[in-house]
Write a protein that binds this ligand. Structure first.
Ligand code: NAD
Length: 244
């Protein structure tokens, strides 16, 4: 198993890619601590995931620094260490730029970028102490190609890519690998609202002629979080079926 005995935090894990990643990690032998915004959603996710291994759930808003610190402390108290952080929590608030409300620009940066910062800041002291850690964050192909109506989202995901490069350079000497995954078009609740005709156009633009599935991204996270990827650092892995 790729992650036998490792302790992994997955943020935004009540849904979509986060949920699928937590499931894959449990199947790979990790102990998972999952967080999301709502108690009921977390309880439901824990109930489903506990079939696959040891999992505990926390309500935490990654945009809130104090909640991230408290989460890391609770996980370290419960499991004795923190080996892996998957910064998966993310949101969209799409609008064409001239119509975009300030609060929607700020909110996306706050959750996606500051959330990644907050959780990384919270776990790094434990990882430095252990001289071991893997941080893998959710970027997006949108940060490279740009997306119509997503100036806020694309900016947040580009920042995560740069953040990853810098953090990997700084933390490598402590045995901490820092990487990101840039998914292309993945079928999840975040993309379910896309109208069928737009969906068909998107699929036509993907050389593999299918959308990505949650399992495709979970597999990339599992690899980058494992010791199989121990010489991969400060990079972003594009997982988009060749779309870019
Ligand atoms: P999703 O909406 O299904 O899941 C996101 C989860 O994050 C939700 O459960 C939500 O409640 C949680 N969340 C939101 N704000 C939070 C906060 N402040 N604190 C804690 N949890 C919070 O989305 P998804 O499609 O599974 O996307 C997961 C990640 O992958 C996101 O960062 C997204 O930007 C990225 N991504 C997705 C795609 C795609 O095509 N689905 C493509 C590229 C990147």
């Amino acid at each position: 198993m790729l992650l036998d005995g490792k302790v992994a935090i997955v943020t935004g894990a009540a849904s979509g890619i986060g949920f699928g990643t937590a499931k894959r990690f449990l199947q790979e032998g990790a102990k998972a601590a999952i967080c999301d915004m709502r108690r009921e959603a977390i309880d439901e996710a824990v109930a489903q995931l506990s079939k696959f291994g040891t999992v505990c759930g926390f309500v935490a808003n990654v945009a809130d620094r104090a909640q991230c610190d408290a989460l890391a402390r609770q996980v370290a108290d419960a499991y004795g260490r923190i080996d892996i952080l998957i910064n998966n929590a993310g949101i969209t608030r799409d609008a064409q730029f001239y119509k975009m409300k300030d609060e929607d620009f700020y909110k996306v940066i706050e959750v996606n970028l500051f959330g990644t910062y907050n959780m990384s800041k919270a776990v790094v002291p434990y990882m430095m102490e252990q001289r071991y850690g893997k941080i893998v964050s959710a970027s997006s192909i949108a940060c490279i190609k740009g997306n119509f109506g997503q100036s806020n989202y694309a900016a947040s995901k580009a920042a995560i890519m740069s953040f990853t490069r810098s953090l990997g350079r700084e933390l490598g000497k402590y045995g901490i690998n820092v990487n990101a995954v840039a998914p292309g078009f993945i079928r999840t609740p975040m993309t379910d609202a896309i109208p069928p005709d737009i969906m068909q156009q998107k699929i036509a633009s993907i050389p593999l002629r299918r959308t990505g599935e949650v399992a495709d991204i979970a597999a990339a996270y599992a690899f980058l979080a494992s010791d199989q990827a121990s010489f991969i650092n400060a990079t972003t892995l594009i997982v988009d079926g060749g779309m870019h």
